[in-house]
Ligand binder design. Sequence first.
Ligand code: CAO
Length: 553
Amino acid sequence: MTNQVAKEVVTVPDLGGADEVSIIELCLSVGDSVELEQSLLVLESDKATMDVPSPVAGSLAKYLVADGDTVRVGDPIAEIELSADSQESSETAVQETPDAPQGNQSQSHQSDTNKPPAVADPSVSDSESQEQIVLVPDIGSEDKIEVIELSVSVGDAVEEGDTLVVLESDKATMDVPSSHTGIIVDILVTEGDKLGTGDQVAKLQLSGSKTVVQVPVETAVSPVENKTETPAVPEVIPSQQPKAATVASVTASNENVYAGPAVRLLARELGVDLTQVNGTGPKGRIQKDDLNNFVKSALQASSQTQNHAGIPQVPAIDFSQFGEVETVKLSKIQKVTADNMHRNWLNVPHVTQFDDADITDLEEFRKSLKEESEKRGVRVTPVAFLIKAIAATLAANPAFNRSLTADGESYIQKHYLHVGMAVDTPRGLVVPVIRDVDKKGIWQLSADIMDLADKARQGALKPSDMQGGCFTLSSLGAIGGQGFTPIVNSPEVGILGVSKSQIKPVWNGAEFVPRLMLPLSLSYDHRLINGGDAGRFMTHLVKLLGNIGYLAL
Ligand code: CAO
């Protein structure tokens, strides 16, 4: 038993003939967990791109190279801290010391996986013919693999390296590239055929020798569901194929996507269509960062669409061109209010209904309370009567005391009567809730109004003070105005806007008489409230305010 963490140094595997290659992408960060066969980095020669998969599972201790470095076969490239499983299985096969990198370790592990064989059959040529037959190379298995795509047609001009057909097993997708430049004179397979090593694929017409060539297979370790892979020029190595390195997506496709297996795997996991992603790597190769940036901007675009519900955004304007300006940050309350208003405006189909309540008698009665109000230290304003009348009207019109469920399939009928009251504060608009209004008299309600309005202005309201409202009152009476259309405070379904009372001439059947009239505007959610419901609500409310004796009943 040892407490030491075993490590494996991964080296550059056999490059299939390439002398030196550049590192064009480090796929992981230090500390990342590494799965067996997960791409550690991407190498690129002048002809091909190769992902170097990890020969062991564990976590990335460090990279021993940097992006842009040039490396050769056997150069150490990364150090992996082995997981418990890897340690057990590596007792015989893996060297644990970082000081002794083992150039073939990767190969020993790789041999377990579905890879092209180490050595392909040599080319066979006939210099007297103009034709060349392309064969399936050594696919490292006795099994036959299905042709899933014919990438060319008879008559097509192909260049050396162009993909002729794509094969797919349950573990890998392989492109069979053309070994020479020429014209396709015959395709010797059809989609769905099962091919094995040495089977004929296509016949080329070319000027030169007749050559029967076994070309290397370009393999992607992970299954490639997205067939939109990429072109690049694959390296043709008649005598030897890459062993440990997995040649990445250097394959042709209609959509011209060029990305490595790690990026493709991530794209599949995220559901990203790689044809939509711009590659910023060499030859337009899609890097992990390209994918990340694509996802980020897609999320941003989607959140903007949600915020604006598909409505074109107001263009940003530089107002300083018209005169002196300053930019002031919104307070938290202002931002929350803006979000809530926008959400409610967009979600709730609003209708607003108007009426005037004759509060001549109400005001006379309220003024008669002045002396007692002073004794009690309570200020009684029309708002206390409005809130009391709203609760009574809600009780008589329960349709206004409902909320639609989020799925729109049901409504919640509330059997309590809590009324919210919009309060204008220097920090912004807040709506504290007066609870159980039906159980309180005008004195208590007036005290509650004063208390909550004070707390609101001092910023001392608790979140619970602003929750649970059934309906909202927005009274601008002390400020002014003849009427306005308030926005429903969803999930409530109704809100009453109250404007400044005025003496108006009212026809009593015989003559015009001066009466104190209070303008009311009732906005409602037309999903749950019909015009009839609203008409009944308003009529009931106007009746109560016109004769507060009813409130005592
Ligand atoms: N018409 C005429 N006068 C009115 C009135 C009305 N509809 N409502 C209240 N008043 C008078 C009262 O009679 C009182 O005057 P007196 O002291 O002479 O009797 C004075 O206005 C009281 O005003 P107030 O604002 O101090 O107290 P209030 O109880 O009327 O209102 C509150 C309390 C918290 C509702 C109010 O202060 C407030 O903040 N209103 C703003 C609500 C708002 O911003 N709504 C918009 C939301 S959506 O944008």
